[in-house]
Design a protein around this ligand. Structure first.
Ligand code: ADP
Ligand code: ZN
Ligand code: ZN
Length: 638
């Protein structure tokens, strides 16, 4: 009797314990099976043992049996209900597959840190937030009305739009009107902005105009705030989610519209680990939710313009600025007789360079140090030229810091505000600068290209642009496209009020054709000449690329690894994919590591992806030296 009882109990235990498949945030391309004797939903988090560690995993499926023996049991079920809905999981699966990135890492990068670490999915601070709405004091222009109508006509199906309007032409007003209309119907709005574009002004504009809760997700929030924002989006409480690139993964059950503002901006591409483009992913996000997508910009990327040509996007134009604002006058300053930059010897042409990188050192006056902008190393400048031993060293050229000093001596009574990486590293530093700028007092702003991005500086009368020539000389085939976008965007900052602004550009190549187009604000015309060149040379967007980048301290190891990869790829029987390299990266040596690139290119995207898939399947045939680090970048942008 006793024995029977024991047998029945253990059988019962056996049938209850089922197997679950989970994704774990590790750089491996497979999923893992565990035993679980509790009910657990797909998309919920579980804590599992992994090697010596405990990790947070996401449940992907229930299984009857596993290919592995000796499965370990789940330690703890962390979510009673599923955390990631089927809709968002499908989107993440698609993203992982497209970028050939390990699923566990993709899922983890979509979660706020507290959830990744297994903390409870509970909202801490529910502020009963009520926006004070400001009435609109103007009527939409005919073009704005047309744009609003077109998008709303597609409210219940996927349709991509390019909202193409010069800076200040009222694109944000179009977003706000469409958002208002959709929010009234209980839909949620996802707005992606460039890293630097998520300013308090932008958030305030949405809060003033929509009668729904607006949550902003950005890096300056603390972890509790990030978790709250995520959960309020997920439970539908937040009507509008405003965020930088990672916000593309925010779960929003009633999502009704995706907006990517300043779609040409490089910061939508993640440049570490999971190298996705939030701009590109926005198409799939909108498609899966069956809703409209708006890409807004004054300077569309060539990818986007090609999508318009291919009728994958409908172009809506805002051709002029409302009210009186006039486009600025653009002048060139011929710099052909001027000298170059950095600390160099006027006698023998020696230049201060970084020992660890292939790059010049930049002199910083305030600390009297030479600094490498690639690896960050600092050193005292030599008193005499290390090459000819004379006291002939001079600082030539202008960093923003030196420029600030010179301007101070010319304009002692005017406030000078410097905006670059050094002065905006502190939390909220950038916002503080912007507040000062917009306070109405006269000032001079000195900065890097951070300044060009979507800020509405009223009363800006003059813009000077230095150092554009790097963009004309670069080996990167996208350099002229990016330079044209930058110049148009910066020019767009001038003369946004009632008088005409002025823009002056210093260059050693005043005859370059780019300047004719910039002078007459003809970005689109210039972009179409570039697009034709890309078509002729079969470069993106007329072909598709993937990059395998490897680095090592020992120069040979990285190159040897990529040579073996190239051999493997060349053995895959798909003709339409070209393999190019390995070649040294543009900056071959960075912080003592040597970088090499291997490019894959094809006019057929599917075949390119098939080659990458086959490559991963056979990867174990290559012995990777432990000193080599490498990654794959699909649709690389530099
Ligand atoms: P963009 O997003 O294209 O830079 P905004 O939407 O920010 O342009 O508009 C620029 C300025 O013009 C804002 O101050 C905005 O309030 C104003 N504006 C927008 N549309 C109109 C309109 N139809 N009539 C008058 N002013 C407008
Ligand atoms: Zn360096
Ligand atoms: Zn010298």
């Amino acid at each position: 009797m006793n024995i029977d009882k024991i047998v029945i109990l253990s059988l019962k235990h056996f049938t209850l314990s089922s197997i679950i498949e989970v994704a774990i945030p590790v750089p491996l391309h497979n999923t893992f099976d565990y035993l679980c004797d509790q009910k657990v939903s797909i998309g919920a988090r579980v804590k599992v043992p992994f090697g010596q560690k405990k990790v947070t995993a996401i449940v992907l499926s229930h299984k009857q049996k596993s290919d592995f023996e000796k499965l370990r049991p789940v330690e703890k079920v962390l979510d009673q209900k599923s955390l990631l809905s089927k809709e968002i999981l499908d989107f993440l699966f698609w993203s992982a597959k497209y970028y050939h990135h390990p699923l566990g890492e993709v899922l983890a990068s979509a979660l706020p840190k507290n959830l990744r670490e297994g903390k409870p999915a509970d909202i801490k601070k529910t502020s009963a937030h009520k926006n004070t709405l400001s009435p609109v004091t103007f009527d939409a222009t005919t073009e704005q009305k047309k744009a609003i109508k077109s998008v709303l006509k597609s409210e219940n199906n996927f349709h991509g739009f390019l909202l193409h309007g010069v800076t200040g032409s009222g694109k944000t007003e179009v977003y706000l009107s469409i958002a208002q209309a959709l929010l009234k119907k209980g839909r949620q709005i996802l707005v992606l902005v460039p890293e630097i574009g998520l300013t308090p002004q932008m958030i305030a504009r949405f809060e003033e105009r929509v009668g729904a809760k607006v949550v902003a997700v950005h890096s300056q929030l603390n972890e509790t705030q990030k978790l709250d924002a995520y959960l309020m989006a997920k439970n539908g409480e937040a009507g509008v989610v405003l965020g930088t690139r990672s916000a593309i993964f925010t779960p929003m059950p009633n999502l009704g519209l995706v907006i990517v503002d300043e779609e040409h901006d490089g910061s939508f591409k993640q440049q570490t680990s999971f190298r996705y483009s939030a701009r590109d992913l926005s198409f799939m996000r909108a498609k899966l939710a069956n809703i409209p997508l708006i890409l807004g910009t004054a300077t569309p990327s060539l990818e986007t313009l090609k999508n318009v040509v291919d009728r994958k996007l409908t172009r809506l134009v805002l051709s002029s600025r409302p009210g009186q604002a006039i486009m600025p006058e653009v002048n060139l300053i011929d710099m052909r007789n001027q000298t170059a930059e950095a600390l160099s010897c006027t006698d023998c042409d020696w230049k201060a360079e970084c020992d660890r990188c292939d790059s010049a050192l930049i002199y910083h006056h305030q600390i009297n140090r030479l600094k490498c902008h690639h690896c960050g190393i600092e050193k005292m400048p030599e008193p005499t030229c290390p090459s000819c031993h004379q006291k002939t060293l001079r600082v030539l050229g202008y960093g923003t810091e030196r420029l600030e000093e010179n301007l101070e001596s010319y304009f002692p009574d005017t406030t000078i505000i410097r905006i670059d990486r050094d002065t905006t590293r502190r939390k909220r530093a950038f916002a503080t600068h912007l507040e000062k700028i917009n306070s109405g007092e006269p000032c001079i702003i000195v900065g890097t290209q951070m300044l060009s991005k979507g800020h509405d500086f009223s009363n800006l009368s003059f813009v000077g642009i230095l150092d554009v020539d790097v963009g004309l000389l670069s080996l990167d085939f996208r350099a002229t496209e990016h330079l044209a976008q930058l110049l148009i965007q910066v020019s767009g900052r001038a003369g946004r009020s009632d008088y005409q602004g002025e823009v002056s550009i210093q260059t050693r190549y005043p005859n370059h054709k780019i300047f004719n187009f910039i002078r007459s604000s003809q970005y689109t015309k210039y972009a179409s000449t570039l697009l034709k060149e890309r078509e002729k040379t079969e470069l993106p967007p007329y072909s598709h690329q993937a990059l395998i980048c490897a680095n090592s301290k020992n120069k040979n190891n990285a190159e040897k690894f990529l040579n073996e990869v190239a051999e493997l790829l060349n053995n895959i029987d798909i003709d339409s994919v070209e393999i190019w390299g390995p070649v040294p990266a543009v900056i071959e040596k960075k912080a003592n590591y040597y970088y090499f690139n291997l490019y894959l290119q094809s006019i057929n995207r599917n075949q390119l992806h098939r080659v990458i898939k086959t490559f991963y399947k056979h990867l174990e045939k290559i012995k990777v030296s432990s000193s080599v680090r490498w990654f794959l970048d699909v649709d690389p942008v530099d």
